[in-house]
Design a protein around this ligand. Structure first.
Ligand code: XMP
Length: 333
């Protein structure tokens, strides 16, 4: 609409004025905020923007390729894809404690991004070095870090935190979404031409599948989980709830699959199987502080379960998580 059109024009003018002829780096995660920030900044300054996409190997099925197709392929933005999966999986080998896993993933992420940003910051080959770091900070993030929200006494889960990066890197900050709420960021994303499926995607935690594989993270587990999860999401997207006309994907706030590294006995044909278990998780919530498990139709659960067991060799049992938050959290780790 024309209001968003005006907003985009103003935002572009502001970015151009702030950046001038300098170079900008942005950490692209595939999440909504960094994607919309990238699309907006790219529209404003084109090739003066370089996106750095760190692939930690714990992304969902085809996610890395989809991010590249969208930003490098369709938008023609400069994107550097850093394949760091071996580094991450190597450091995670043998580690089972959820907080340790989070710390390792968060720490490595910062290291890898810093190394890449450092290269871009250094001028060379006739290319000017970058002087700005762009971030997809939105208004609720600003409020949160300003200490307006009361801090919890205990840390339940340490979140990925890239705060302090600009100072450490000696870069100026560019945060074009600072005044927007999530809904506005989504509208802006659609107005900028990003696909609605990307802009209205469920949240995905920074540590990715690293916190959806219980205990030790292994590549084989991640591969099984990716395939099972893709089936679950696919069925949620394609099953329409008749009263609302919406898909079950849109009727849930977050839905995903969790890999349980235990084996149980099953039977297939004449044979006995002894394979892994996954849990399906789907919740409805307005703020992610509390959440109810979603009352998905049995027919949908049945279809997902039979598809996973038939299509993903190595998994022979599917369970549905019927725990609300609190006392359970949304993620299992
Ligand atoms: P929990 O599991 O604490 O999750 O109920 C609440 C919401 O936060 C997301 N989450 C994260 N998001 N980095 C993120 O950006 C993280 O480290 C992280 N851990 C959990 C979770 O997916 C849910 O939406």
């Amino acid at each position: 609409d024309w209001i968003m059109g005006n907003y985009i024009e103003e935002a572009i003018a502001k970015i151009r004025e702030q950046v001038g002829d300098e170079e900008v780096i942005l950490g692209l995660s595939g999440g909504v905020d960094s994607s919309v920030a990238a699309a907006l900044i790219h529209r404003a300054i084109g090739d003066q923007l370089t996106c750095v996409f760190v692939d930690h190997g714990l992304l969902r099925l085809n996610e890395g390729d989809m991010v590249m197709d969208m930003f490098a392929g369709k938008l023609h933005a400069k994107v550097i894809r850093v394949d760091a999966s071996e580094l991450f999986l190597g450091q995670l080998a043998g580690v089972t404690d959820p907080e340790k896993k989070r710390k390792i993933i968060g720490g490595l992420f910062v290291d890898v991004f810093k190394a890449e940003a450092g290269k871009l910051k250094a001028a060379g080959n006739g290319v000017k070095g970058a002087t700005f770091l762009a971030q997809g900070t939105i208004y609720p993030d600003v409020v949160e870090s300003g200490g307006t929200k009361t801090k919890k006494a205990t840390t339940i889960k340490s979140h990925h935190n890239v705060g302090g990066l600009p100072e450490q890197l000696g870069l100026k900050l560019l945060e074009p979404l600072r005044e927007l709420f999530k809904d506005e960021v989504r509208e802006l994303g659609v107005a900028l031409g990003l696909p609605p499926e990307m802009v209205y995607r469920h949240p995905f935690p920074g540590p990715g599948l690293g916190v959806r594989i219980l205990g030790e993270v292994k590549k084989d587990y991640a591969d099984l989980l990716r395939r099972a999860d893709a089936i679950f999401i696919d069925e949620l997207r394609s099953t329409i709830e008749p009263n609302s006309g919406k898909s079950w994907y849109d009727l849930t706030s977050q839905a995903f699959t969790v890999f349980l590294p235990v084996k149980s006995v099953g039977v297939m044909g004449d044979g006995r199987t002894y394979d892994y278990v996954v849990a399906l998780r789907a919740v409805q919530t307005s703020d992610f502080m509390t959440a109810d498990w979603a009352e998905l139709p049995y027919s949908l659960l049945k279809k997902v379960s039979s598809r996973i067991i038939n299509e993903v060799r190595g998994i022979n049992r599917v369970t549905y998580d019927v725990s609300s938050k609190p006392p359970a959290t949304i993620e299992w780790e």
